[in-house]
Design a binder for this molecule. Structure first.
Ligand code: PRP
Length: 173
């Protein structure tokens, strides 16, 4: 199904400002530490890239890729790990970086998976939260915006389209 139109909901300026605010907060909270940022592919790749360049700390970066079974526009809660992290997080401070939290199934699965590896701390940073869509509770430590609707741009896609737009749009069908 093709969208009828798209309307801008977060401008690149708003995003840039928010990324700086979150990065400043993380820089303060993790002073003296070397946190590991784990991005969830693919959607978080742009947010993670911008965030890492604004945090004024030594950082490590890794990625996971998760897939959910079911229809494209909602999650069934059945998550599969396609690509795991590549180094040990035991005793390390970990921040999971997510572009958007919808049902919460993806994050809940990943947090359970990472907790088994015994990190010193495990927190979540999400650019966009859709709390009204939540089906499973997840604690978000850093949140950029709360926006509803089908969103694309700044890493978010619709059938692999629109990911590379610098602003975030709501698709109207
Ligand atoms: C999106 C998004 C989150 C997840 C959130 O990823 O990037 O990872 O869905 O949904 P949930 O809270 O309902 O689990 P998607 O599966 O579309 O993959 P992509 O990041 O590769 O686009």
């Amino acid at each position: 199904m093709q969208p009828k139109k798209k309307e801008i909901v977060l401008s690149r300026k708003q995003i840039e400002q928010k990324v700086k605010e979150i990065a400043t907060q993380i820089t303060r909270d993790y002073a003296g530490k070397t946190p590991i940022l784990i991005g969830i592919l693919k959607g978080a790749f742009i947010f993670l890239a911008d965030l890492t360049r604004n945090i004024e700390l030594p950082l490590k970066v890794d990625f996971v890729r998760l897939a959910s079974y079911g229809e494209k526009d909602y999650s069934t809660g059945q998550i599969k790990l396609i690509k795991d992290i590549e180094f040990s997080i035991k005793g390390q401070d970990v921040i999971v970086v997510e572009d958007i939290v919808d049902s919460g199934y993806t994050l809940a699965f990943l947090l359970k998976h990472l907790a088994k590896m015994k990190p010193a701390s495990l927190k979540v940073c999400a650019l966009i939260d859709k709390p009204e869509r939540r089906e499973v509770e997840v604690k978000l430590d850093y949140v950029g915006f709360q926006v509803s609707g089908f969103l694309v741009g700044y890493g978010l896609d619709y059938s692999e389209q629109y990911r590379c737009l610098p602003d975030v749009y709501r698709l109207i069908f």
